[in-house]
Design a protein around this ligand. Sequence first.
Ligand SMILES: [Zn+2]
Length: 349
Amino acid sequence: MPRSLTVVLLLFVASLARPARAGQADGRFDLYFIDVEGGASTLLVTPAGESILIDSGYPGFQNRDLDRILHVVRDVAKLDHLDHAVVSHWHLDHYGNHAALAANLKIRNFWDRGIPDDLQEDRQFLERITAYRAATQNGSKKLSVGDAFTFPTPGTPLSVKVVTGSREVIANSGEPNPFAAANKPQPEDKSDNAASLSTLWSFGDFTFLTCGDLTWNIEAELVTPNNPIGQVDLFMVTHHGLDVSNNPTLVHAIDPVVTVMCNGPKKGGGEQTLRTLAGVKSLQASYQLHRNVNLPPEAQTTPARIANTEPTENCAGRWIKASVAPDGKSYTVQIADDGPVETFQTRTP
Ligand SMILES: [Zn+2]
């Protein structure tokens, strides 16, 4: 056998033997919005195959959310571990499965906003946090406003910056926000929602903002009087689309091209939020994980961009996937594996 053919055959055999790892070969930045019925769980996979799970849905419900997350991680993204697991804030629809995930899957690093001594709105906080601490072996790392990280990639640079956390916001740099003056403050939110970690991701020109359950007044503070975020390509609608969040002073300032809302059939997807999104100047497509069963179809996004239309939580749990091209210049959005693929051009800075 000629030597060159032997080499080709060996390479072929080697490629068969290597387990498939999402992102590793294709250089894309993938974002999976997993359906956890009005909680949140977002899996990011870097072009080098590094994985970051932000939030983990609700516990219980016969492991409904746990199983859906494991399905996307293992079967869809083809990962055998998680490099990073992040908690945006201390509500159970966001960290409900961190401990259970760690029992099923190697998690290399845990990140959160710091663990408070107590949580006024959750009487069971101390026992719940005990399970989290045990899963992290008391090793979770604290994320603070201004923290920034870059990820290894084969080409286009990928980075993330923490822009809110523990009720603080990043320094108010940037252009003046034309929507700042229209802000109408709401009563102070003393819950942990207002303490949510928000992260701004950049992959070349592509930008993605996700703010956990951040609420109205801190949203405004982040972009008043100047807008340090700039305009983004993709925005995860905040707080499941509830109307106590998604202040137009922020949403209109960041002017997203595509939005994904992690709502449930009866949670989030608020009328006022939907109106705010409809008023975004550059918006081309808004996606919802669920149809809001309490609102008429015309108040919501087009049915083709709703992942789950069933009126109950016993749905197929279809996820929404965004996938950014290796050069960061365009991205696709698709519902599950079989939905139509829509392609969007990254906005130029
Ligand atoms: Zn929530």
